[in-house]
Ligand binder design. Structure first.
Ligand code: ADP
Length: 254
């Protein structure tokens, strides 16, 4: 009988080419979005001026002006989201090191979205403690919670609630805290949940949006070495939980 030998297979991949391609793609998106931004801003300016001097009684004129403005604003949203996503991706390998008070940031976000929630007849319920220290980037965390709370309002139920609280679920890793944004709106089908953070993936096409918001959220959280969990019951509501490394309370906030 032959002796049994143990073999180990070692595979080495040279990723230089892949990194170069990723950089090229990223540069192209940044340049293209930047170039589109200037003429778009000018176009929106022209349309707004036209709207001011337009004859309100001329229904056709008003209709086409409104359509033009709506589409130009939509395009501007796309360009800004693409630039944002690109910026976040480029920073992803450098995690933030500052300690921030997440409660304060979320309070600012809630205040900025109050008008929108009132228009949708949705109450935002804040159940956060006064201080919630995490290791994070202030501006990016603001963006994460704007996107999540805006979605909770947009896909929430008229007359319903959006609750922001510290999650009671077990943390995916020790030393993490989770903030849950919960709505009681339309919910998401089980098969769509894993794909929500893909770029341009949208389920409800009836509402305005770019399909980039959750992709931005995912990349920011990944830069923070955090975790995003999504739970939902179609017709009942959804809960998006952002898990982040906790900051020590003895350290000073930025
Ligand atoms: P959008 O600009 O379309 O809102 P997002 O990336 O923010 O893009 O979200 C992707 C899709 O996920 C949305 O089009 C919507 O179908 C779904 N979605 C996001 N948040 C919620 C929510 N709170 N409830 C139900 N569906 C949601």
């Amino acid at each position: 009988t032959r002796n049994k030998a143990t073999y180990i297979l070692v595979s080495v991949f040279d990723l230089t080419e892949q990194h170069k391609l990723a950089q090229l793609r990223s540069d192209f998106i940044a340049n293209a979005s930047h170039e589109l931004k200037t003429p778009l801003t000018a176009l929106i300016g022209c349309l707004e001026t036209l709207e001011e001097i337009a004859d309100e009684k001329n229904e056709i004129q008003t209709k086409f002006l409104n359509m033009g403005l709506e589409q130009a604003n939509r395009m501007q949203g796309l360009v800004l989201d693409l630039l944002s996503l690109n910026q976040v991706e480029m920073q992803e390998h450098r995690p933030p090191a500052t300690i921030i008070n997440l409660t304060e940031i979320i309070h600012d976000v809630v205040s900025s979205l109050l008008k929108r929630s009132e228009q949708a007849c949705i109450t935002i319920v804040d159940r956060l403690p006064a201080s919630l220290p995490v290791v994070g980037d202030q501006r990016q965390m603001n963006q994460v919670f704007v996107n999540l709370i805006e979605n909770a309002i947009k896909y929430g139920r008229e007359g319903g609630q959006v609750v922001v609280s510290v999650s009671e679920e077990p943390a995916p890793r020790s030393g993490m805290v989770g903030v849950a944004v919960e709505d009681n709106g339309i919910g998401i089908a089980r098969m769509d949940v894993p794909r929500l953070t893909e770029r341009f993936y949208r389920v409800s096409h009836g509402k305005s949006g770019t399909g980039l918001g959750l992709a931005i959220v995912k990349h920011i959280i990944s830069r923070h070495r955090g975790h995003l969990t999504i739970g939902s019951q179609p017709g009942q509501g959804s809960v998006f939980t952002v898990w982040l490394p906790t900051g020590s309370t003895s350290e000073k906030y930025v």
